[in-house]
Design a protein around this ligand. Structure first.
Ligand code: NDP
Ligand code: 2IT
Length: 450
């Protein structure tokens, strides 16, 4: 990056930070994108004069509300609910809901900002949004989760709609929560529309949505390897997380001939050198989705190592997939991956690699798939769920899997187009940012000044 661009980036970030004080995750996401977009628009005054990047970093609107609910002992609890409607230039706001005690405005603004670029990359007509609450579903009964979801949706209902804003799942929001949220929306609005995605198959959900994010992150990884005339066969994969994204990433790694050897949760990680596959992976899904237990139980059940309070990046591997949460892979850990011979990182989670970690991976010419490209498969199949709901029909599994595969391939192609450097190295971060930017920016230009 030249000195003048560096100065522009610093100046730009100064205004973003001044306008959004105390929001480090939002600053981080904007910095990462602006670092690619400012050089790209240097010779394109049309974007500069219309202040497109400045407009993109100011959400269309943010809704913040109180959520009050009663636990099983009739104690009253107060939580804070949010929906960040970031940008609807290319379609209705679209993006997940996160229920986790760490949820705050900074995290949801970063997620909604990222989502805008990600959704653009899918090539489907979806704007960007994100929401959630600082509610912790862990340790709550099904009834408590139901009462919380109903209270949350009672306020959110008036702000969303199939052509306005279509939420889905994220951390802490899976099939159970989507069921309660959709039921309450249907009751309040007296309408059965595709206003949420990730629904159960009985009530408008799409096949392949559950698997889509994890599978998509591995498809993208495969495309990066193929581009270098390599593949996944025989590759050892280190994966973090043990939720929706991590388990289906592990499943597809195994299906394509690789070996997933770690999974984690916020308490620690398990290391199974023989591979977390087949019946063992089915057991993990049951543990997480039905019993809602901890990954440490895997170590007891299958007699492998459990590392309490640790992350898995020190385990030697060929490929790594951070699939838990933001900022879970720092510069030192990235260096460990590089030194242990890791050749590719595919981000299943949103912004899991700290900026310092990204610098290490790019500096060492590692294949690095940024989240907005790598994990776009989930929202892509959500977009296909919206199409099926509007058409009032359900597509076959084979068709959906093919669509997912081709959408991921197309994102890879676009990243290569905009991210290939003079020496042939593909900077997928730059490629994804620029490719995602162009469509949204051109739509915004078409609308004039607003
Ligand atoms: P789940 O709730 O199914 O699983 C989350 C996993 O991450 C759990 O293993 C959880 O462990 C772990 N985790 C969560 N927070 C932390 C933390 N602060 N530190 C360490 N581990 C943590 O969520 P998903 O699998 O759906 O989401 C995982 C990531 O993927 C998120 O970044 C999400 O934004 C992203 N994503 C999800 C998509 C989807 O379709 N679901 C689509 C695209 C991206 P524990 O149980 O201990 O909390
Ligand atoms: O981060 C994401 O892309 C998601 N949580 C999925 C969003 C969606 O609307 O399916």
């Amino acid at each position: 990056m030249g000195d003048s661009i560096k100065q522009q980036l610093d100046d730009f970030m100064e205004t973003v930070i001044a306008r959004n004080p105390g929001e480090p995750e939002f600053h981080q996401a904007v910095y990462e994108v602006a670092g690619s977009i400012l050089p790209f628009i240097q010779d394109k005054p049309i974007y500069q004069e219309a202040r497109i990047l400045e407009r993109m970093t100011e959400p269309d609107r943010i809704i913040i509300f109180r959520v009050v609910w009663e636990d099983d002992d009739n104690r009253v609890h107060v939580n804070r609910g949010y929906r960040v409607q970031n940008n609807n230039a290319i379609g209705p706001y679209k993006g997940g809901l996160r229920f986790h005690p760490s949820v705050n405005l900074s995290i949801l603004k970063f997620l909604a900002f990222e989502q805008t670029f990600k959704n653009s990359l899918t090539s489907l007509p979806m704007g960007g949004g994100k929401g959630g609450a600082n509610f912790d579903p862990k340790g709550k009964s099904d009834h408590e989760v139901m009462r919380f979801c109903q209270a949350y949706m009672t306020e959110l209902e008036r702000h969303i709609g199939e052509d306005t804003d279509v939420p889905a799942g994220d951390i802490g929001v899976g099939a159970r929560e989507i069921g309660y949220l959709f039921g309450q929306h249907k009751r309040l609005s007296n309408q059965f529309t595709g206003v949420l995605t990730g629904k159960g198959l009985e009530y408008g959900g799409s096949l392949v949505r559950t698997e889509a994010t994890g599978y998509g992150a591995v498809y993208f990884l495969e495309d990066m390897l193929n581009h270098r005339k390599e593949n996944l066969a025989g590759r050892t994969a280190v994966i973090s997380g043990s939720g929706n994204v991590a388990t289906y990433a592990a499943e597809m790694i195994a299906e394509l001939g690789g070996k997933p050897v770690t999974l984690s949760d916020s308490s620690g990680f398990i290391h199974d050198p023989n591979g977390i596959t087949g019946d063992k992976l089915a057991w993990v899904k049951e543990l997480k989705e039905v019993r809602r237990g901890r990954i440490s139980e895997y170590a007891e059940k299958f007699g492998v190592e459990y590392h309490a309070g640790k992350r898995p990046w020190g385990v030697p591997c060929d490929v790594a997939l951070p699939c838990a949460t933001q900022n879970e892979l720092n510069a030192d850990e990235a260096r460990m991956l590089v030194n242990n011979g890791c050749i590719a990182v595919s981000e299943g989670a949103n912004m899991p690699t700290e900026q310092g970690g990204i610098d290490v991976l790019l500096g060492n010419r590692i294949l690095f798939a940024p989240s907005k490209a790598a994990n776009a498969g989930g929202v892509a199949v959500s977009g296909l769920e919206m199409s099926q709901n509007s058409a009032r029909l359900s597509w076959e599994e084979e068709h959906l899997d093919e669509k997912l595969r081709s959408i991921m391939r197309n994102i890879h192609k676009n990243c290569v187009e905009y991210g290939t450097e003079p020496d042939g190295y593909v900077n997928y971060l730059k490629g994804a940012n620029v490719a995602g930017f162009i469509k949204v920016a051109n739509a915004m230009l078409a609308f004039g000044v607003m």
